[in-house]
Design a protein around this ligand. Structure first.
Ligand code: AMP
Length: 733
């Protein structure tokens, strides 16, 4: 063969031209040499082009969820001419202030794997809380190992959030007597912070409705006052500044029979003490019965006797579910001022005679000189909201949001304004807006909170329509659900959960905000007066809360479903322009919002579950968090979307075509929604009357060539709106 040609085997008939990116300058070559920076694997046939390593992956995005990070990217622009591109994830852990980074080591888990990833996404779990990580996503192919060139990667920096401790897994029994059981346990494998205390819940087997909760800073407790020869179930959970972890599995232990010898001589004094305690308890219980009911102890004016006499009695009082509606009970309990160390229940600041006392109990007073106001970022009901910086002595400077109380306020306005701080100050959770403190000793009066760079969620989503992956949206929803779970565990009912009341930071972490009492609804422009008085944000509120003001965590779950809908539809207004009255009527009649466009079926099903008429059938926030976690762990479960043509059917019963009353022609309709450019397209394809238009599905639009998502949305939403109006009798048939 002449130069530039080769013959791999002497049996070949003819010489072949050197494949791309290879050459030969000699005659009679049996193969061609790769050009500079191109390579050939041993297994590549000599007829194959020489190839090179791929370029770096592109557009990597991250989604942080407590101590898990999900990464997604798009394939490299240049695959190097090969089909065997895969990805490798390098992980570095950085100590933020020192700027020192080290390899992450073996405790990080990669799902599905760290090396040889074929898909363009990966999830890292078991990271440390509050830690800066750098992940390098490297694209490699069959010739990367032959290339001495630089690695081609894209790197992503993330900071993990605070995470609740992992469950306690090892619990051992200690001394067991006929009336008491001692237990000890080991700290959770991943405390994710300093454990502040443990909560131990126990109840007699099969009697779960009446349980006792005790708190302990140690890893041992003795449950006393138990029945002889009875099996008790114990569950333990740990608490850090991030909140409670999940309860351990159930551990069962049985007390000894009445006549059994005690396992330990030292039991005698304990028995003596417990008899004494028992007598005191009996006296206290009789006292309660004479003076009213047991629960009055928990909810009446702070009876210190109650708290001191036997804290767990108060707990029984608050949590015994045997007789009452659990929500009613919580109210009894929470309205009391009994402060047990570490008991995390929300205390209504209204129950303080002096609201200033509540503020100072729950919020730190900050000196105005520590705050630098930078710019106005919003308008609250009581005054401007600004961004700025807070520098407390001995602490790092922090970016903060500062809500101010405008001059000339009334005493009630001041009280209401600071009421929000009294509530916010009781919460400590990564998905609840964090209160830094208040300024009350100088003017203007201010509430200082952590700064959320992306502002309120509804505006942020509208501004970034269509810009996020489904996993990112689910990550946002997971955060909101986790915050709501925390609030409902504390017995706080939000009443005004809506995307406008969620704030989002630069890491796309969502936090629940806007706390208040009656104020919340006074403040909300969405709130409307109901026939029974009182302002309610109708579109976000459960029917029982609208009809008879039954606001509970279950009605918050309904609102959460609406927030899910808002998030997936990028800030669309629920029920569009329907009037509040029509919304109430449609919901009462069993109609529900249709699925947003391109919505995963699993998410829409969860929305529908949140909108169950029977509030007891709605999922609990804990279940919602678990469900979303499952979806995040298994992103392929989000691939099934709600069928485009069935999207509208839910809000709409089977009805005839659209009335022609709203628009006289297809042209007029399309002009009205600024989509006039498609008139001809519609007419040419047989959609020449409003009746015909009524049958259009998203699939049809795509087929017709309406490819812009924004336009598809506009047209489908307008159709939907007309149909909604139709069922409400607003468009004459
Ligand atoms: P609010 O009175 O809480 O509804 O706040 C009014 C507006 O101020 C909100 O819609 C946000 O745009 C902005 N804002 C309030 N708090 C914060 C915060 N912590 N970080 C950033 N923006 C905030």
């Amino acid at each position: 063969c002449r130069p530039g040609f080769f013959k791999a085997s002497p049996h070949s008939q003819s010489c072949s031209k050197c494949p791309p990116h290879s050459y030969t300058n000699e005659e009679a070559s049996t193969s061609c040499v790769c050009e500079k920076d191109y390579f050939r694997r041993e297994s590549d046939p000599p007829t194959m082009a020489c190839t090179r390593p791929p370029s770096a992956p592109r557009n990597a995005i991250s989604n942080v969820n407590e101590t898990s990070v999900f990464l997604e990217w798009i394939p490299p622009a240049d695959t190097g001419g090969r089909k065997d591109v895969s990805y490798y994830i390098a992980c570095k852990k950085c100590i933020s202030h020192a700027g020192v980074c080290e390899e992450c080591g073996g405790q990080v888990r990669y799902l599905p794997r760290q090396i040889g990833l074929k898909n363009t996404s990966v999830m890292m779990v078991d990271l440390l809380a509050h830690t800066n990580y750098t992940f390098e996503i490297e694209a490699v192919n069959g010739v990367s190992s032959l290339s001495p060139g630089i690695r081609q990667y894209v790197s992503v920096n993330v900071t993990t959030n605070q995470a609740a401790p992992s469950p306690v897994t090892i619990v051992k029994k200690g001394k067991i007597a006929k009336n008491s059981i001692s237990l000890s346990w080991q700290e959770p494998d991943r405390p994710n912070g300093i454990i502040l205390e443990y909560e131990i819940k126990y109840f007699e087997k099969d009697q779960e409705t009446s349980y006792t909760i005790i708190k302990s800073k140690e890893t041992t407790i003795t449950a006393e006052g138990l029945k002889p020869a009875s099996v008790y179930v114990f569950q333990i959970r740990a608490r850090t500044a991030a909140g409670y972890g999940v309860f351990s599995r159930r551990f069962e232990f049985e007390t000894t029979p009445v006549f059994a010898a005690s396992s330990d001589e030292s039991q005698i004094p304990i028995i003596a003490v417990s008899v004494t305690v028992g007598v005191i308890l009996l006296a206290v219980v009789i006292g309660f019965l004479l003076s009213g009911s047991c629960c009055e102890c928990g909810c009446g004016r702070a009876s210190s006797l109650c708290a001191v006499a036997h804290p767990s009695l108060i707990w029984r009082c608050g949590y015994s579910k045997a007789k009452q509606d659990p929500e009613e009970e919580k109210m009894h309990f929470h309205n009391g001022h009994i402060k047990l160390p570490g008991v995390r229940t929300y205390i209504d600041p209204h129950t303080y005679e002096d609201p200033n006392q509540a503020v100072h109990e729950f919020a730190k007073e900050i000196e105005a000189s520590c705050i630098t106001i930078e710019r106005v970022i919003g308008a609250g009901e009581f005054g401007e909201v600004c961004s700025g910086r807070l520098k407390l002595p001995g602490k790092r400077e922090l970016p903060v949001a500062i809500k101010t109380l405008k001059v000339g306020y009334t005493e009630k306005q001041r009280r209401d304004f600071l009421g929000e701080a009294s509530i916010m100050g009781q919460f400590d959770h990564p998905n609840i807006i964090h209160l830094e403190g208040v300024v009350t000793k100088s003017k203007p009066v201010m509430i200082v909170t952590e700064y959320m760079e992306n502002g309120s969620l509804d505006t942020f989503l509208k501004k970034n329509d269509g810009q996020f992956t489904v996993i990112q949206l689910v990550g946002m929803l997971r955060g909101i659900a986790a915050g709501m779970k925390y609030l409902s565990d504390m017995g706080y009912v939000h009443r005004d959960l809506a995307a406008r009341n969620i704030l989002i930071n630069s890491n796309l972490v969502c936090k629940v905000s806007d706390f208040g009492l009656s104020r919340v609804l006074e403040d909300d422009p969405e709130a409307a007066y109901t026939t029974r008085g009182g302002k309610i944000p109708i579109r976000w509120t459960a029917p029982e809360a609208i009809a008879f003001r039954k606001f509970t965590s279950a009605s918050d779950v309904w609102s959460y479903g609406i927030v899910m809908w808002e998030v997936v539809s990028y800030g669309e207004r629920p029920y569009w322009e329907m009037t509040n009255q029509d919304v109430i009527k449609a919901v009462e009649e069993g109609y529900r919002l249709p699925s947003p466009m391109d919505c995963p079926a699993a998410l829409y099903q969860l929305m529908l579950d949140c909108w169950q008429k029977d509030r007891n059938s709605r999922p609990k926030f804990e279940e919602i968090v678990n469900m979303l976690d499952k979806l995040i762990r298994n992103p392929s479960s989000l691939k099934t979307l709600v069928n485009a043509s069935s999207r509208v059917s839910n809000l709409l019963s089977d009805h005839g075509p659209l009335g022609s009353g709203a628009y006289r022609s297809v042209g007029e309709w399309l002009e009205a929604i600024k989509m006039g450019r498609y008139t001809e397209l519609f007419m040419e394809n047989g959609y020449s009357s409003m009746d015909a238009v009524a049958q259009v599905t998203l699939e049809d639009l795509r087929r017709l060539g309406v490819t812009l998502v924004g336009h598809q949305k506009k047209i489908m939403n307008s159709l939907q709106e007309m149909k909604v109006q139709l069922i409400n009798g607003m468009v004459p048939l």
